[in-house]
Design a binder for this molecule. Sequence first.
Ligand code: GAP
Length: 548
Amino acid sequence: MDMEKIVSLCKRKGFIFQASEIYGGINGFWDYGPLGVELKRNIKDAWWNDMVRNPPPGPDGEEIVMVGLDSALIQNPKVWVASGHVATFADPTRKCSGCGKFTRADQLWEILAQCEWMNSLIQEFTPVTGQIDTPRLMKWAQGKGKKLAPNLALVKNPQVVLSFLATRVNGQPDAPPELMEMTRYFATEQLHATGLQDPCPLCGGPLGEPKPFTLMFETHAGTEKSDDTKVYLRPETAQGIFVNFKNVVDSSRVKPPFGIAQVGKAFRNEITPRNYTFRSREFEQMEIEFFCKPEDSMKWYAYWRDVRKAWYTKLGIKSEKLKPREQGEKELAFYSKACTDIEYLFPFSEETQELEGIAHRGAYDLTQHQNASGKDLSYFDEAAWAVYDKSAFKGDKKREQEEKAKFRYIPHVIEPSAGADRFTLAVLCEAYSEDTMDGETRTVMRFHPRLAPVKAAILPLVNRDGMPEIAEKLYRELKRDWNVQFDDGGAIGRRYRRQDEIGTPFCFTIDGQTLVDQTVTIRYRDDGKQERLPLSEVANKLREALRP
Ligand code: GAP
């Protein structure tokens, strides 16, 4: 599937626009148009409904206790020191000595694989056998290369580069250079002085050594701009939950196991934002911190991993494109016992990419905040202590205190952390399809009805004989509950196509028969099938289809 087609439909139909487009845009920021905002809202609402208001029963069939939170985007900077973000929330970056721009070091080859000059150059040689056609590469260097990668060594000094490469290819005919090595040769002008170089994806120039680059956006709170007033835009919603753990426990009568959920914006100054909205600098997260007893934590980890995967499937993501990937021991943070990334096969990559991470975070975050704030964030299991047999130490205060202390613990945390924008993009990619209907090619967005931005269209077949009046009455009734459209413009077939293209699952057509027997035509988006339905049943039909 072609990503360009999806991007073009998103702009044409008002799902996603480039932020500040009339000023040339701004890298890593996106705006959601009239349909996009409905789609994303439906996604967040579905998450809130299915995970916070009505999560599936627990591993032993028990009711899951979840509450919500909406914490500030800007917190006391001490929060980010305690969480470890100030010290370590950084990506390795490399500066190009040609154009001065930075590239994310750990994703260099993925970024190169998508860049224009690399895709153009790769047409000019055979990476598998290492065969090179010197005149052809020379021609590229003097033509397309000059425009696309002006600082690439091959472009600046083709004779030298190609002679180094020829020596390598001819010197080891049994071990031809692979694509990565070839690319490094193309990027190297002074092989003996510098060794092989890595090229900049933007201009082909040589990249410097990796250096950490902090991803947090900084600003100042108050009128003075000094180190004392420096604050950060939150890079995740999670810490707002941890620092409110005590508030929630004290105010809500919840006790572990229970979860706190939050949906909201997060900001990361990504070095190389890319793949449309996939890696943005401003995005929304849907996060849960689920607090439980340490000894039950693996049970709850398995519960959330399975619940979260099932949720994506339930909302129409085909299972062959969805891959839960359990992280290996080396990948895990030092405090984490387990982590699964739920990945999706986006059209822009041959490998699945992360939609959500479900992490076992142990007692790390609450311990960090307890140590840094000096506030007790442990939980005392009052209910278990109340029924504990105290007869063996009755009257022995010291022993009683020792026994009581065993009922106090720092809860362990399971964190399912999902990206609302990433899932929105996955839903758009999954929904996009083209097929033939009534001899015509059509584009159809096969959204799950719960996520579809427009739930139904109400269409009078013709603009006379009382049909518009009936249609308008139905429209007014339905719009009280759902986002529906009234459309009386153009031939009925064209109106159906318009709705298919924006993914409206149902069209209700008021026609001649309606005047006779008070029934309407219901037309289904996915297969174009049509049936008759009593007018009085339309709202029920829609309610049933949209039920979680
Ligand atoms: N509290 C844990 C946490 O923030 P993360 O893996 O860094 O973990 C969680 O982020 C989710 O947030 C990711 O799985 C992804 O869906 C989304 N996300 C992270 N960075 C993003 C970015 N630059 N653009 C869009 N979504 C992003």
